[in-house]
Design a protein around this ligand. Sequence first.
Ligand code: SF4
Ligand code: SF4
Length: 386
Amino acid sequence: MRQKRPFHVMIIPTLGCPSKCAYCWSSEVGSPIMSIDTVKDIVSWLKDFRDDPVTFTFHGGEPLLAGADFYRQALPMLSGDLAHIEPNFALQTNLWKLTPELADVLAQYNIPIGSSLDGPQELNDLQRSEGYYDRTMNGYKLALEHGLQVQFICTFTSHSVQFKEDIFKFFMDNHLTLKLHPALPSLRSDEPERWALPPEKYGELLVYLLDRYLENMGKIEVRNINDYARCVFTGRGTVCTFVDCMENTFAVGPDGSIYPCYRFVGMPEYVMGNVRDHPSQKDLAESAAGVRMRAFKEFVDKECKGCKHIRYCRGGCPYNAIAPTNGVIMGVDPHCPAYKRIFDEIADRFNQEMMGSLGLEMGASARPAVGNKPAIMPLVRKLASN
Ligand code: SF4
Ligand code: SF4
């Protein structure tokens, strides 16, 4: 029997967004809103596209700008007419436009929500725009009142990383799961690097978060550390950055154009086709963008050949690697030093602690020194029990 290969289709109802986050790289003023006819085209395109389970993520821009009617019509079409590929849903939003009506529709389909907060109010509003925090928190309360689950992504910039202690404490004190994201160079800005978090700083931040997480097990969940640790402990990546995402991830823009991922939406050179033409997997793979994505995969096979983490890291995110160089493949994901640093740290601690327990079992008088670092075994046990 063929093993199922779940795939992911991101639906971008618009690239418009009411917020003006300082480091944003993805929103576009005046972007149109996807029509319901385009949703119908998505459904007919996917009917015979492949026989694997699908997850639809509504992303943006700000996807709630499409309004309650859009979701009231789109969700039954996607879930009912595509029932044979078992659709799951998710939504990424700043929550400003959430209304009781919209919350009811989303709750009916049990849609988990990802939102964004960069830490305490002052810091968040400095990076994301004045009044952001209150608007998002109002939406958060409304979402909870309607039984929706919300998790926040925290973007660390070159500025906010100086306040990492305050940010960690904010998430822990407010009982929020921490999922982080390093600010990328904004290709739409005159100063693309201004807020971007340099890879070395990102690596230091990850090790800092590993320590704080291990010291506070049971009080907070740091999703990225779980993901890195799963890679090391199981030898398999579980998030898109650490698998070959090409061929299993697509995004559909407001006009029905298909891209390799939401990050490329609005970049004409990455259009692989359009849903109204019902392209097959082969058609998409043979498009110029499909060929470029595959070339990245082949590049990683050679470039990362000597790296012990290649099996799960797979060169990181292709967008990070090729978008800033106008599609020319000049290297792997620039965050490579950060990935190596945290993968090595987790693997070394795990090996040292294993050696320590082995020594004790064999009658050694003391465990080998592991410095003052908090033990990693509680995290191993936690992930194993999940
Ligand atoms: S391009 Fe990057 S963000 Fe997009 S699916 Fe691939 S790894 Fe994920
Ligand atoms: S850590 Fe760096 S060298 Fe190793 S596989 Fe990842 S991107 Fe390649």
